[in-house]
Design a protein around this ligand. Structure first.
Ligand SMILES: Cc1ncc(COP(=O)(O)O)c(C=O)c1O
Length: 429
């Protein structure tokens, strides 16, 4: 569900004509819909309202501080993985007790910043990290006697059935510890005076489309929690991470209500606070990347549409084999799409590769994709570009990063200006 729709053959972001935004801001351009962000958050809040739930939106998915600000105002906490992401949430005025901090390689500086910010939970990925956190809490002169709270990240050894690069909850990944080791870590540190190890964290992976792996993983960690409690340890919360599906193809991802229908009954009456870390399921459908057609060309049997956005702007297709629906911003009425799907092939369309200007074979957005006829100067919308798109963008080929625009009803504002040549060299000496 989102607020990007065609009206009389013209793509609108909420109530604003995409063409009009491009005329002012140019391309390549990320356009976000505030209503879509808020709607997705609200659906999760409603789906889990029976439980004591803390929703921590995953900043890595899309972390512009304007977005984090209205998400915090709408009741979201945040899942962070670096000092930089903590800084972003502080800039956005987040309630720091609703922040959870994961990551296998937190530096001392980052840990001290998070201690000083008094975040909710450190999600601990190894025994070595826990020992280091205990040391830093003891040495923290700015907050003597202050106890930090921690969740132990456990690998439930469950396959989320997604791309190998986004699979994180199997036994032999670099994340968390296996269940057997978890009991030993509680035995050694579960009653520590500086760090209250009082929660269990899991994160299976990203962009899965099945609910069963969550059920399997939660059942495994509930058994662990029962054992830990009977060993005398206090477990107050369970953080089940992110990875919930997003609709890259219309209607393919389970909804927040679908996930909750399977998850809530497992956790009811367990005296556990539930923490969720959704990234893509909130952000993916909140944005489009608009790009302009530069040239058409044919080589052998292949037709190419060369556009002004590149893999530096959006890298998911070559990195994850990801599908992003692509369609012109303005279309004749027979080409108005009724869904976003690679199988959408109305008569009169042609099969093309949509590629960028970067000097790499990996610089593509779609291969052998059906598109209505386009010409130089036309605008294309790359849909479902809200998660891991701008946040993974780079300056490769000395290209300035795209601008970001936020639409709110019938208004829009630039929330990050386009990078200039001067920005590219500003830090070089
Ligand atoms: C620990 C953790 N939590 C949450 C997320 C968010 O995942 P998603 O965007 O798939 O919901 C990630 C993504 O990498 C993660 O590593």
């Amino acid at each position: 569900m989102d607020y990007f729709n065609y009206k009389n053959g013209i793509l609108f972001a909420e109530n604003v004509d995409v063409d009009r935004i491009v005329a002012e801001v140019g391309t390549p351009l990320y356009i976000y819909s505030k209503a879509t962000f808020k709607d997705h958050l609200q659906r999760i809040q409603q789906a889990y309202s029976e439980l004591d739930t803390m929703i921590c939106y995953s900043v890595k998915a899309c972390g512009n501080i304007n977005i984090l600000k209205f998400m915090a105002e709408a009741g979201s906490g945040f899942d962070i993985v670096s000092g930089g992401e903590l800084y972003r949430t502080l800039q956005a005025g987040a309630n720091t007790s609703n922040i959870v901090y994961a990551g296998v390689g937190k530096t001392d500086t980052e840990i001290i910043e998070a201690l000083n910010a008094d975040i909710g939970y450190f999600n601990i990925e190894s025994e070595a990290e826990l020992k280091n956190l205990i040391r830093l809490v003891k040495e923290n002169s700015s907050a003597p006697n202050k106890k930090a709270k921690a969740a132990l990240r456990v690998n439930p050894d469950v396959d989320p059935k997604t791309h190998t690069y986004t699979t994180t909850g199997k036994k032999e990944t670099k994340f968390g510890v296996d269940i057997e080791r978890a009991r030993k870590i509680f035995a050694d540190y579960g009653k520590n005076k500086s760090v209250a190890l009082c929660a269990i964290h899991i994160h299976l992976g990203s962009a899965g489309h099945t609910i069963d792996p969550y059920v399997e993983a939660i059942e495994k960690i509930l058994a662990l929690i029962e054992q830990l409690r009977s060993d005398g340890f206090t477990i107050e919360a369970v953080d089940i991470g992110g990875g919930y599906g997003a609709d890259y193809i219309t209607g393919t991802a389970p909804t927040a209500a679908d996930y909750a229908a399977a998850i809530v009954p497992l956790l009811k009456d367990k005296n556990l606070k539930l923490i969720l870390e959704p990234g893509a399921s909130i952000a993916a459908n909140t944005a489009i990347l608009v790009t302009q057609v530069l040239f058409l060309k044919t080589s052998g049997r292949k037709k190419f549409v060369i556009v002004d956005a590149g893999m530096n702007d959006l890298i998911r297709p070559p990195l994850y084999d990801a599908f992003h629906f692509i369609w012109p911003v303005k279309v004749d009425k027979e080409f108005v799409p009724d869904r976003r799907d690679k199988e959408l092939k109305p008569t009169g369309t042609e099969v093309v590769d949509v590629v960028g200007p970067i000097c790499e074979g990996a610089d593509f957005f779609a291969k052998d994709r059906t598109l209505p006829p386009v010409k130089r100067g036309d605008l294309l919308s790359i849909f479902t570009a809200g998660a891991y798109c701008f946040s993974m963008s780079s300056n490769y080929n000395a290209r300035g990063r795209a601008a970001e625009v936020l639409v709110d009803g019938d208004k829009f504002s630039v929330i990050r200006r386009r990078e200039t040549y001067e920005d590219l060299t500003a830090l070089e000496r």
